[in-house]
Design a binder for this molecule. Structure first.
Ligand code: FAD
Length: 278
């Protein structure tokens, strides 16, 4: 592939067991060969993995890499957020992915933040320019937004609140990304909007994730994946070709980098990065 090598980053979730932590350390070492700009670590809404996120980012930093914790604000008070973020600052973390998050079922709405733009404003007012703040973008629109226009406006609010860059929800339709970027740029947004890339390894898992987050699996892609049934080797081979071509097309069209959802495994993501020339 002949595209310029723009920055890449890799996303992990915090491991729950010692075995998971050891596996993640191996994955991180394998992916470090691609010189990522940072490794990010997700954060469970309601604080379920708050300690795990901190532990994982501290491990990443200790191994000599930049780490970016995700931080969701729904259900939190300003005091909770200030305390968590101060811990990150004390550890020398300079990069945060600022999110609203989702309320876990069974928990009522509470807390002092309603939307991610309020978290971005709070981080800027409390911590100035210490952090590089990333926000989420949805080229196929957030599932709870009433319409595309409202979602674009809400994204622009997060940028105006002080976001430095954005990472998108994953998508399989490059045109949705290009349209979204063109539209927000025409409305004055000039921060990098980095596509989130999901490897395709297992159809039922992909379908479950996509239903939850509102990412569309186009009909032709769904039917092809379904046709492989339980032939996992063929699904993976097809998935690698598809995801490499999508990534290549995004870079060729001007995407400022790529952010890979690794699901804590290096295999598929490494192959895609190698094929792209990283
Ligand atoms: P927001 O930007 O606040 O938007 C949420 C919804 O509210 C949208 O529909 C938006 O249009 C609408 N909205 C925004 N402002 C207003 C307003 N003023 N009035 C009315 N409506 C408004 N979740 C986690 O729990 N942990 C993670 O680590 C995590 N990491 C993620 C990383 C990435 C790159 C992405 C794309 C998503 C991630 N998520 C994570 C999922 C995310 O938390 C959910 O998608 C969540 O539903 C929305 O978060 P947000 O920050 O995009 O919210």
């Amino acid at each position: 592939m002949t595209n310029p090598l723009r920055p890449i980053s890799f996303e992990f979730f915090p491991p729950k067991t010692d075995e998971g932590a050891a596996k993640l350390a191996t994955t991180r070492r394998q992916l470090a060969q691609f010189n990522p700009e940072f490794f990010s670590v997700t954060f469970g809404a309601g604080g379920t993995t708050q300690a795990g996120t901190l532990r994982a980012v501290v491990d990443i930093q200790a191994a000599g890499h930049a780490a970016a914790p995700h931080l969701s604000c729904i259900g939190s008070t300003k005091d909770n957020i200030r305390e968590v973020v101060q811990q990150y600052k004390n550890h020398g973390i300079k990069h945060i992915v600022a999110l609203r998050g989702d309320i876990p079922s069974g928990m009522g709405e509470f807390g002092e933040f309603r939307y991610a733009n309020e978290l971005v404003s709070f981080l800027r007012s409390e911590f100035g320019d210490w952090f590089h703040i990333e926000v989420a973008a949805y080229p196929e629109f957030h599932p709870q937004s009433p319409n595309a226009e409202a979602d674009v406006r809400n994204f622009i609010n997060k940028v105006n609140a002080g976001a430095d860059s954005a990472i998108t929800q994953y998508f399989f339709n490059a045109d949705a990304y290009f349209r979204f970027v063109d539209e927000v740029q025409a409305r004055g947004v000039n921060i990098p909007i980095v596509p989130g890339i999901m490897p395709i390894q297992n159809y039922s898992q992909l379908q479950r994730f996509s239903d939850m987050c509102g990412a569309e699996i186009p009909r032709w892609l769904r039917l092809r994946l379904q046709a492989y049934s339980d032939d996992t080797a063929s699904i993976r081979a097809f998935g690698l070709d598809f995801v490499t071509e999508l990534s290549d097309r995004l870079l060729a069209g001007g995407a400022p980098g790529l952010h890979f959802y690794t699901l804590n495994a290096a295999g598929a993501v490494s192959t895609v990065c190698q094929r792209l020339g990283y």
